[in-house]
Design a protein around this ligand. Structure first.
Ligand SMILES: Cc1ncc(COP(=O)(O)O)c(C=O)c1O
Length: 332
């Protein structure tokens, strides 16, 4: 494959299942609605569950090749990416430092609980800190740990950079090697755009003929359109033959972020609960729940009427769901 090599850290290939009842229900509402299939990247590994481990397979080989012994990364307090990095760092014998946006709490839950469980050092960054993004703090924390004798490797939010995106270029290969031609479209959640950018690189490399849609769960269309292009450009640094992804391939479906990142409305919880009871499937309130809700709404509207079969990639988030169990209790 054109591009960098990787470590084997995830349980791959992940399985695909048809969402029978959801597909039937959608056809009752709109007779032209497609079958919905789901690729279970939430099965990529118990502790590392979700999409991040595919990206980390690439980042961590780079860290290893550079002789680094410390991983510094960042995210929200319930970051799935930070939890996966903490777990895999422990497995690989690397120290992990997490910069988490939020307030320290006595009884951490969900992903944040696991960060500590896996032995990561957590620095809480108050949300009123005068920074544009958590990555702005990387130089400060890198110097702090260099002074202690470590050689840090810096992983941006969500591992959504040029190297991380190869994780989902490779996922597209996995899809194509396992009957990918049967799908007319692929739909995925967009949070920091590395997953989506990687799938587009994979579409170019492995000839997926359908469209690849991203449903953003924060910010807006233009922000993620530009982010996707930026990540692809960065990935090109790693390729002997840079590729060009046409702008019209970037199909961000905006409008399902609700009140914004990690904020939920009652209808989000009601949807997650409905899917749980209908399909025995867990989706999370921050990422996959909002995106799947978006896909369902778009099927009802007819956006996917041209498709026989759509593949939704379940990018994980279970532990974030557990962190919101209190808020969700009244929906059970
Ligand atoms: C569970 C889950 N799904 C989807 C995403 C979005 O992936 P990306 O950040 O690559 O856009 C994330 C992280 O942001 C995530 O944790």
């Amino acid at each position: 494959m054109q591009g960098p090599n990787k470590l084997d850290l995830a349980h791959l290939p992940t399985p695909v299942q048809k969402l029978e009842k959801l597909s039937t229900r959608l056809r009752e509402i709109n007779a032209n609605s497609p079958e919905i299939h789901i690729k279970r990247d939430d099965f990529s590994g118990m502790e590392v569950s979700g999409n991040k481990i595919r990206k980390l397979e690439y980042s961590l080989l780079e860290a290893k090749n550079q002789g680094c012994d410390l991983l510094i990364t960042c995210g929200g307090i319930q970051s799935n990416h930070c939890r996966a990095t903490a777990a895999i760092g422990a497995r690989m014998g690397l120290k992990v430092v997490l910069l988490l946006m939020g307030k320290a709490c006595d009884a951490p839950v969900g992903n944040h609980f696991m960060d500590g469980f896996f032995g990561a050092t957590v620095h809480m960054i108050p949300s009123d800190e005068a920074i544009a993004s958590l990555e702005d703090l990387f130089p400060k924390y890198a110097s702090l740990y260099e002074e202690k004798g470590y050689k840090p490797y810096l992983i941006p939010t969500g591992a959504s950079n040029g190297i991380g995106a190869f994780g989902y270029k490779n996922c597209m290969k996995e899809i194509m090697d396992n009957g990918g031609k049967a799908y007319d479209a692929i739909v995925v959640t967009v949070g920091s755009a590395g997953t989506y950018a990687g799938l587009l690189l994979g579409k170019e490399a492995y000839g997926f003929e359908g469209d690849v849609y991203g449903i953003n769960i924060a910010a807006d269309h233009d922000y993620f359109f530009n982010r996707t292009k930026a990540v692809i450009e960065e990935s090109n640094i790693y390729m002997a033959q840079p590729v060009s992804i046409p702008d019209q391939w970037i199909k961000i479906i905006d409008g399902y972020q609700g009140d914004g990142y990690a904020l939920n409305r009652p209808e989000d919880f009601a949807f997650i609960k409905e899917i749980g009871a209908m399909e025995g499937l867990l989706v999370d309130p921050v990422y996959t729940g909002k995106a799947l809700k978006g896909l369902v709404a778009e099927c009802e509207k007819g956006t996917f009427d041209h498709c026989e079969r759509v593949l939704f990639i379940h990018t994980g988030g279970l532990y974030g769901l557990l962190a919101k169990s209190g808020e969700m209790a009244s929906y059970l």
